[in-house]
Design a protein around this ligand. Structure first.
Ligand code: EPU
Length: 420
């Protein structure tokens, strides 16, 4: 198992590029199942979850080819095995994104139930209820969901009880080939949903309102091949902005979408960072003085992203005063707090709230990453800790960050990947 060895105390300076968004690339890859023609996706990040999705598409029967320039070509000429097996779903819950496309294209799907997760229960009941509304028959057998729609899906009104990102994406992919019109209400407004809709429209789908909470889909009988560039990863970009602020550095985060980062940017400015637009798709982060406490509550987009909560908590340990961090999206997303406390942070957890008192000097320690964003938080803490931090189980971070240690090294961080 690999670890990161981090020597803290270095200000990060220079330019750091942002990769394509993992959470946009995953549904885009699933969408390739909707047509027998080839789809070209540019700016695919080289991260582990993408490899898992590629294996899943291959298992289903698609041809998948990665090119050196970050382009992925998927050709699902036929859907031989409309199934997401347990071995793949258990390593990546987003595998359930193939449910909608398989039902729409093949009229049936067999998708393993995901099981437990480090950040909360994360059921897929809302995906299933929506598929039933579209006319699918659903049953559960041996840990698998069996969904069938032999006569095809029919458009209808779907109102989500709560906002779900992959649920919205899954249903969108089912509805594009359904007969008639589907109206999706209380849909997720995340940029990744809008990006998926853009790809689907290029493939011939008729969709209006993606990026808002009401999406209208008019079903078409077939989709065709297309070419699409994935949006920049706003969570990776946000992690780098926090890295610049926490190390009092001077970082230019390039190839990002500042309009996707407004909640984080305003919070970082409130906390004492200086963030300016530095040309198209570039944000410069500096820190003229000390950090100040600022409360954060996670929300669906355009609110403060839950996927940046752990990283923000690392920053809050260095801020003067008490920061109240409230997690509203997942019920168990504070595992990083315990590890940060082992490094010297003053954090009290009360249900869905973390009360962080700072600033506290962090000292390097051996810590264990529990999930993707928690590991990013520990890396950030390691960058400001005195002495050496060893982050274990870095396979979590490799799921969603493209060679993060190389990117951080290039802007001055002392971070190395070592074999444990
Ligand atoms: N939920 C249900 N039933 C469902 C679906 C969701 O109760 O059928 C609940 C969840 O348990 C959670 C809330 O609704 O409490 C929101 O979950 P959502 O469905 O929006 O999450 P997701 O689609 O499974 C995506 C991202 C996550 C990100 C969340 C929230 C992808 C592949 N994953 O997950 O990203 O945290 O939205 O923004 O897009 C990550 O990248 O580290 C990551 C976990």
């Amino acid at each position: 198992m690999e670890q990161f060895l981090i020597e803290g105390g270095v200000r990060l300076e220079g330019e750091i590029p942002v990769s394509g968004a993992k959470n946009s690339a995953l549904p885009a890859m699933a969408a390739c199942l909707l047509t027998r023609e080839a789809v070209l996706l540019h700016r695919i990040p080289q991260v582990r979850d993408i490899c898992t999705m590629a294996r899943l598409l291959e298992h289903i029967g698609a041809g998948v080819e990665f090119r050196e320039d970050g382009t992925l070509r998927v050709e699902a000429h036929q859907v031989a095995v409309p199934e997401a097996p347990y071995e793949l779903v258990k390593t990546m819950r987003a595998s359930s994104l193939v449910l909608g496309p398989l039902l729409a294209r093949a009229g049936r799907a067999r998708v393993s139930l995901p099981g437990g997760c480090a950040i909360g229960a994360r059921p897929i009941n809302l995906h299933l209820e929506a598929m039933e509304r579209l006319g699918a028959r659903i049953r559960q057998e041996h840990g698998y969901i069996i969904a069938e729609a032999p006569e095809g899906l029919r458009g209808t009104l779907i109102t989500f009880d709560r906002i779900t990102v992959t649920g919205t994406e899954d249903v969108l992919m089912a509805a594009v080939l359904a007969e008639g019109e589907t109206l999706l209400e209380n849909a997720a407004r995340e940029p990744e949903v809008a990006d998926l809709a853009e790809l689907l429209v290029k493939m011939g789908a008729r969709i209006e309102g993606a990026g808002t909470s009401t999406i209208r889909v008019r079903g078409v009988s077939r989709l065709h091949g297309a070419e699409h560039t994935i949006i920049p990863d706003r969570i990776e970009a946000g992690t780098f902005l926090i890295a610049g602020a926490i190390t009092a550095g001077d970082l230019l985060v390039t190839g990002c979408r500042p309009d996707h980062l407004t909640a984080l940017v305003s919070k970082l400015i409130q906390a004492g960072a200086e963030i300016t637009e530095a040309g198209p798709g570039a944000l410069r982060v500096r820190r003229p003085g000390g950090l100040l406490a600022a409360d954060v509550t996670t929300e669906e987009y355009p609110g403060f992203a839950t996927d940046l909560q752990a990283q923000y908590m690392a920053l809050a340990t260095q801020a003067e005063g008490v920061s109240l961090i409230t997690e509203t999206i997942f019920e168990n997303r504070f595992m990083h707090a315990l590890e940060l406390m082992r490094m010297g942070a003053d954090i009290r957890i009360e249900g869905r709230r973390a009360i962080v008192t700072g600033p506290r000097e962090l000292t390097g320690a051996a810590v264990i990453a529990s999930d993707l964003r928690a590991s990013a938080s520990l890396v950030l803490a390691g960058l400001v800790a005195r002495g050496e931090t060893v982050v274990d189980r870095v396979y979590h971070i490799d799921r969603g960050y493209e060679r993060i240690e190389e990117k951080l090294s290039r802007v001055g961080a002392r971070i190395r990947r070592i074999a444990a």
